[in-house]
Ligand binder design. Structure first.
Ligand SMILES: Cc1cc2nc3c(=O)[nH]c(=O)nc-3n(C[C@H](O)[C@H](O)[C@H](O)COP(=O)(O)O)c2cc1C
Length: 386
């Protein structure tokens, strides 16, 4: 059986023939390459975060104060990174976090499709954002047989919310990820200094512009009056959700519901009480609130409070060893965000697929070296605070 870590042998073998990897395998080099590939405004939007960006830096650096104790004399010649999530068996424990400007990141502005193709190429599930340059149906189609999730930014218009959810069901998305932390945009100095907010420029709004309920609210279709369509979008974006809304979601969809943005154990317990299917511990990569606490430092309390309910995680994951630490702290699946976006920037679907494969290879080799043949084994071992 092949292992994700076999990528390493392949790279060294190719090197013997004088062939070097097209894309870097580490985050620092990847980010540098993406800095050269993206326009300044898009780079600011993807790379930037809230306030002085302390939280987003902490998200990544906090992984350094978690460590894994190696175990020896364990046969790890065969490793299994598969996980069970919401009735699915996924071949690996990672997924692609929703990124609302994927569409803009590739030169052809079809980056959502490229991200979906990267998912199809790697078997890593893609969580498609509501904010997209391609309608969610086309995105789902490009993921092939790999399960995909749909991330909802809940509009104020309930008919529009329901329409988006129905479309996600019809397109065979396997779960509804409801983002809780973004009814209003956080204070992002890089974007403010450049006065750049892509949505207000009519970007990444295709899920709205293609929606019959949204279109019915317009005097003229977006193709004829983009300014009015953007205005209508701005008016409906960002319903303030409270716990009572969760029953409404439950009542209208059969899709498993995942609440994204849960960072407090009490909120995790409340989510369990409301019968949601999973929670997603994330601080939006430090883009929304500059609250100062790294997401990884909040994870284990959230996992403990969640009990049987699975906890997904993202924010600050930059490498395979970060993935392993998040799993050891109890995450059921780990979201990759900016790294795959940078992969899209430098190489489209192939670039993003390479980033995902590199992360999985490093995770697999850490398990091989440290003596954890399965995800269960490393969860049992746990991570230590250094
Ligand atoms: C450019 C960008 C756009 C994002 N768009 C969305 C989005 O549309 N919906 C959402 O729930 N989260 C969105 N996120 C947050 C990601 O899903 C994820 O929580 C975050 O990227 C994790 O942080 P990291 O990339 O630093 O690891 C976005 C993040 C970035 C960087």
């Amino acid at each position: 059986m092949g292992h994700y870590g076999d990528l390493q042998t392949q790279i060294y073998q190719d090197g013997l023939r004088g062939v070097l990897p097209d894309y870097p395998v580490d985050f620092a080099t990847l980010e540098k390459r993406a800095e050269n590939a993206l326009s300044p405004s898009l780079l600011n939007y993807v790379q930037g975060g809230c306030g002085d960006e302390h939280t987003q830096r902490s998200n990544a650096s906090a992984f350094h104060h978690w460590g894994m104790v190696p175990r020896m004399l364990v046969d790890c010649t065969s490793r299994d990174l598969s996980v069970d999530l919401l009735g699915m068996t996924l071949p690996s424990p990672i997924f692609m976090a929703p990124i609302g400007v994927n569409g803009e990141i590739t030169q052809d502005q079809r980056g959502d499709i490229a991200a979906a193709e990267a998912s199809a190429m790697t078997g890593v599930p893609f969580c498609a954002s509501t904010l997209s340059n391609s309608p969610l149906e086309e995105v789902a189609n490009a993921t092939g047989s790999v399960p995909a999730f749909f991330q909802l930014y809940t509009p104020k218009n309930p008919d529009l919310a329901e329409s988006l959810i129905r479309r996600a069901e019809a397109a065979d998305y396997k779960a509804l990820v409801i983002t809780l932390d973004t009814w209003v945009t956080g204070w992002r100095p890089r974007d403010l200094n450049a006065s750049n907010f892509p949505q207000l420029r009519g970007k990444v709004l295709e899920n709205y512009f293609s929606d019959p309920v949204f279109r019915a609210t317009l005097a003229r279709p977006p193709e004829e009056d983009i300014a009015a369509a953007v205005q209508a979008w701005a008016t409906t974006f960002g319903k303030v959700l409270t716990w009572s809304d969760i029953e409404w979601f439950r009542s209208i969809t059969r899709l498993p519901i995942i609440l994204k943005g849960i960072c407090h154990p009490d909120d995790a317990r409340r989510a369990a009480d409301h019968g949601v299917d999973a929670i997603y511990c994330s601080n939006h990569g430090g883009r929304q609130a500059n609250g100062g606490i790294a997401a990884i430092d909040m994870l284990s309390d959230v996992v403990n409070a969640a009990g049987e309910m699975p906890t997904l995680f993202d924010s600050g994951v930059r490498s395979g060893s970060d993935v392993i630490k998040a799993l050891a702290l109890g995450a059921k699946a780990v979201g990759i965000g900016r790294p795959y976006a940078y992969g899209l920037a430098i190489g489209g679907a192939k670039g993003a697929a390479h980033v995902l494969r590199s992360i999985l290879a490093e995770a697999d080799l850490l398990m091989a070296v440290n003596g954890y043949p399965t995800v269960e084994a490393l969860v049992e071992e746990g991570a230590s605070r250094i």
